[in-house]
Design a protein around this ligand. Sequence first.
Ligand code: SF4
Length: 540
Amino acid sequence: MKNKNNFIYSNNHKHYHTYDYYLNKKYGVKTAKIAINAGFSCPHINQNQNGMGCIYCGEKYHNKNNNLLSPAEIISQFNNKKTALAKKWKNTKYIAYFQAGSNTFAPVSELRKIYESVLDTDKIENLAGIDIATRPDCINREIAGYLSELNKKIDITVELGLQTCHDKTAEFINRGYKLEVFENAYKLLAEYKIPVTVHIINSLPGETPEMMTETAKYIANLNPVPLGVKIHMLYIEPETELYNLYQAGKIKLLSKEEYIDIVISQLEILPPQIIIMRLTGDPEIPEINDISENPTPLWVRKKFAVINDIDKQLIKRGTYQGKLSGFEYLKKNHEDNILNMESENEYHNRLSLTNILSMAKRLFDISIKENGIYADFTMGKGNDTLYIKKACPSCKIYAFDIQKEAVEITKKRMEHENCLDGNVYLIHDSHANFKKYMPEDTELDGAIFNLGYLPGGDKSITTKIDSTLFCLKEALNILKAGGVTVISVYPGHDEGTKEGEKILEFAANLDKKQFDCLYHRLINIPDAPFIIAFQKKTPK
Ligand code: SF4
C-alpha cells in the first residue's frame, strides 16, 4: 500500500497509534504478549444473586470459582508459551498478560503470590511488563496501592472493562456496575499512577452508531487520557443469554461496513497519544463452520481482513486517529468551548476577564495548527506545554526552563498524560539560548511566555528582562506569517514591573507593517497581570 504517512505514532502505513510502535519505542525490541489464565473467576459470576454474569459471557461455564494457580504453574504456563514464540522471533521481550476472568478478584496476599511469580528472573527471562485485565468493581484502594508497589518493580498496565459509557446498555447486558464505578476505579488508578487501557465493545444490543461514538468521546475526555483503548466487535457465544436473544430475533449485529464506519468515527475522536491496542477482536470460536450453532458473523473471525479494510478506508478518506481531537476538535466545538474543560465552572472561569492564563491561551489558540512548531519559553510546571500538545497532538514543542525541578515536574506530567513523544523537547537551559536547540531553519508557529517565578518554587529565581527581551526578539524573527507570540506579565514584583515596562516599550515601537501588537490589561487594577501578544503579518 503506497502512502506517505504523516501520522507520527506509527512506523508503517497505519493512521492510528499502533501498539507495536509503542512497544518498540519503549523497549527497543519486538515485544510480545503472553496470555496467562491464572485461574481467576469474576465477582459477577461468583458473587451476584443469580451468577448470570454479562449476557455475552462464556467464562461462567468454566471459571465459576477462583481456582488460582501456584507460582510454579504460572511460571510453567508462561515459559511454555514463550518457547513457542521464541521460535518465531529472536531477541524478544514479553508482557505477561493476565487475561482470563477478573485478575484482581482476590485478596492482596493472593495477588502478590500470582504477580510476583513472574518477577523471578531465575525462572522467567526478558519480562518487560505485566498487563492485568479486570473489572472496575475489583479495584479498591488497597489493590491500587499494591499495583503501585508492583509498578515500581516492573511496568504495569491495567485493562478495565467499560464496554459502553451508557448505563442503559450496561443494564441490558447485565454488566453489573454503573458508570460511576468505572469512574471511581479509573480515578483511583490514576491517583496511583497506574496506566489504564479501556476495553469497549461495538454492536451492543440497542446501541446506535452515535452511542458507540459517544463512548469514544467519553474515553477521549477522561483525565488523564488512558494509555490505550481496545475496540472489539461483539461476539455471540453459544449457550449465553445473548445467544438466546439472537435466536429469538432480538439482536441485530453490525455488518463489516457499518463496523468499519463506527471504528473510524471513534478513532477520529480519540487523541492520537492513546494507543489503539485492538481494532477488532480475535475470537476463539470452535464451531466456526456452523453458522447456525455460532451466529458470530464470518467477517468477525477474519481479524486481519477487518484491520486491512479499516487501514484502506482511513487512507481513502484522508483521515486518522485524533482528527477530531485537538485543533480540529477545537474548531468544531468552538461554540461550546469544551476543549480541555472539565466542568461548567471551568468554562465560566476560563471566560473570566481576570483569568489571565486562560485569556493568554485563547490568544495562543489562534496559532494552533496541525504539525505546528511551538516554543514554551517558560516551562514552569508544564501547563502550557501540556495544553499545546493536547490541542495539537501532531505538533513539535520546545520548552525551556533554567530550573531542573521545572523540567522534572513537566516530564512527569507529560508522561502521566501520555503526551511525551519524540516531538516534545524539555530543555534545561535559559530561553535566551533557545536557538542552540532548534534546527537552523526553524520557523515558529507560536510561542508563549508566562513570566515570573515557578509557582510554589524559589521566588528569588524569576525570569529576567535582559534574557526575556533577547529571547522575544529572536523568537519574533523566526515567527511564521500569521504566527502568534503571547506573553503574560506579572507586575506585582520588581523584576516583573521592569519586564512589563520594557516589553511594552519594545512592542509599541515594532514595525506596524510587520507585526500587530495587542495589550490586554485590567485598567482598574494597576498591579494585575497583563498580556502582550504579537502576530506576524502575512506579506501582501
Ligand atoms: S466481567 Fe467478564 S468474566 Fe465477568 S461476567 Fe462479564 S464477561 Fe464474564
